[in-house]
Design a binder for this molecule. Structure first.
Ligand SMILES: *Cc1c(COP(=O)(O)O)cnc(C)c1O
Length: 249
């Protein structure tokens, strides 16, 4: 675990604040999500506490956000995070591609699912949420770059998927997630983020019941968070800049 986690988180937070200010936005309108894949539970906890301390010093009492990519890791770390989640001080979101046969394992470990890329998956999750008497926050994942390696619905189909998800009992649509284009061309990366914002704006303006809270734009990571904030990101998901380089997958 990097011993300088508080410093690293403060530096990322300063990057977010600077980007927001440069874009004429309020820094607090952009939240930091810790992207914790491959980090052990102790490291995640240390980062959560550091992030909470930093937020408290800014007068921000919203829960800390953690994003995990794999159900196996969610399950492994859940016992260490459960108290903070129960106390309302931590939200844990699934941000990776979800296999249908992992839904039951995932549900008790998360407060949100930010990677809905098809209606059949949303329906399956919704059925289980209704059965469990709970409502799960979800985001629709959109593939704004068209890169084949990336999951997510195509931008042209995103509005239809979002309105379909919004209609499902057991789910609460809170917004949209994307992973930026993997290119050094900043204009192209920005254009992708702008595409996600356009999808969000169209869905919210459409006024379909269940879409009124679908305002979050989860976009931007360690290398492109400034571009995402400039295009309206409300959540940036940061791993490497906080935890250091991950071992190759
Ligand atoms: C790993 C990951 C991140 C964080 O990426 P970094 O480049 O390490 O900041 C964000 N979002 C998703 C979906 C990820 O898988």
């Amino acid at each position: 675990m990097p011993s300088d986690l508080p410093d690293r988180i403060a530096r990322v937070r300063a990057r977010i604040d600077d980007a927001a200010t440069a874009a004429g936005r309020r820094p607090d309108d952009v939240r930091l999500m810790l992207a914790t894949k491959t980090q052990d539970a102790g490291t995640v906890l240390a980062a959560v506490h550091a992030a909470a301390d930093l937020a408290a010093a800014r007068g921000d009492d919203r829960p800390v956000l953690v994003g995990e990519n794999r159900v196996q890791e969610l399950v492994a770390k859940a016992p260490d995070l459960a108290d903070l989640v129960a106390a309302g001080r931590l939200e844990v979101h699934m941000i990776g591609t979800l296999q249908r046969n992992k839904i039951n394992q995932m549900l008790p470990t998360v407060t949100g699912l930010a990677a809905v890329d098809r209606l059949s998956l949303a329906e399956a999750v919704a059925r289980r949420c209704v059965r469990d008497g709970r409502t799960l926050d979800v985001m629709v994942q959109v593939n704004v770059s068209g890169e084949e390696s990336k999951s997510g619905v195509a931008p042209t189909e995103a509005v239809e998927l979002a309105t379909g998800v919004a209609a499902l009992e057991g789910l609460h649509l809170t917004g949209f997630l994307t992973i930026g284009a993997n290119t050094p061309d900043e204009d192209e990366v920005r254009a992708g983020f702008a595409r996600l914002r356009a999808v969000r704006d169209e869905v919210v303006a459409g006024g379909t019941p269940g879409t009124e809270d679908a305002r979050e734009l989860s976009m931007g990571m360690s290398t492109d968070l400034e571009l995402a904030v400039a295009e309206g990101a409300t959540i940036v998901r940061v791993g490497t800049a906080v935890f250091g380089a991950r071992p190759p997958a």
